[in-house]
Design a binder for this molecule. Structure first.
Ligand SMILES: NC(=O)c1ccc[n+]([C@@H]2O[C@H](COP(=O)([O-])OP(=O)(O)OC[C@H]3O[C@@H](n4cnc5c(N)ncnc54)[C@H](OP(=O)(O)O)[C@@H]3O)[C@@H](O)[C@H]2O)c1
Length: 241
């Protein structure tokens, strides 16, 4: 069934793949971004998907932005919380700003997006909320205390909201990607990729954004109504939980 889907950070990387996959499923899709107008314009030119600019770290901007999307496309049925940032530093060097920016975007951003759509989903007795967490929220990671804390927080949030949404036809799930072949990865030196990263991944390669998108389209579908509060671990076997 065609529905309205909103993907945060949907103009680049994993989010762009998710937005395109949801469009291919026949949904009406909106993609948000934080500041890169050029990438957003290129994404719309390529896909025809309308983009909206606001920071997920700001509650009021989320509420206003979602109202705009709903005026354009209709009530949001599927929310994909994908927007995320890193501000890596070992703990003895991390600044309060690095801590706060990551918590505000990767954890509070998920609250800020879910809260304005929750009432509508409850009243319509249908909703799909899918949050892109991370393998590092499951296992921790050197120099990522901020990122791992936020991404682990997303998992606790997901399981709690799943319990509250279950009777209202709202499923709430998370996906924990491992290393995915995005722009971010192309900056890693070949030697580090071959000698350090790939040996950690039993399947012997990076994941593709389209592989995460396929997890999302399943969780967003009517077929996934019995799947809630779960975490799909998509990491090539790097970390098994
Ligand atoms: N890549 C990986 O290997 C990997 C692994 C595990 C988990 N993840 C998670 O997967 C998600 C997507 O990662 P990615 O690598 O595809 O990221 P990316 O290529 O850096 O894209 C991030 C997207 O989020 C948007 N964004 C960032 N901060 C925002 C804010 N405050 N408000 C609104 N939008 C904001 C960006 O907008 P602009 O274009 O305007 O900057 C962009 O559209 C993230 O949550 C990340 O933590 C990624």
């Amino acid at each position: 069934m065609a529905r309205v889907a909103l993907v945060t950070g949907g103009t680049r990387g994993i989010g762009a793949a998710i937005a395109k996959a949801l469009l291919a499923e026949g949904h009406k899709v909106a993609a948000t971004y934080g500041g890169n107008d050029e990438a957003a314009a290129a994404f719309t030119a390529e896909t025809g998907i309308k983009t909206y600019k606001w920071s997920v770290a700001d509650y009021d901007q989320c509420a206003e932005g979602i109202a705009k999307v709903e005026a354009d496309l209709g009530p949001v049925d599927i929310l994909v919380n994908n927007a995320g940032i890193t501000r890596d530093a070992p703990f003895h060097k991390i600044t309060r700003d690095q801590w706060n920016e990551v918590i505000d975007t990767n954890l509070s951003g998920v609250f800020n997006m879910c809260h304005p759509v929750w009432g509508g989903m409850r009243s319509r007795n249908f909703g799909r909320i899918i949050t892109i967490s991370s393998i590092n929220g499951q296992k921790g990671q050197f120099a990522q205390a901020n990122y791992a804390a936020a991404k682990a927080g997303d998992l606790g949030f997901t399981k709690s909201l799943a319990q509250e949404g279950a009777r209202a036809g709202i499923t709430v799930n998370a996906i924990c990607p491992g290393y995915i072949n995005t722009e971010m990865m192309s900056t890693i030196p070949e030697k580090v990729m071959n000698d350090v990263i790939l040996p950690q991944i039993p399947v012997g390669r990076l994941g593709e954004a389209s592989e995460i998108a396929r997890c999302v389209t399943f969780l967003a579908s009517d077929d996934a109504a019995f799947v809630t509060g779960s975490t799909i671990t998509a990491n090539g076997g790097q970390y098994m939980v």
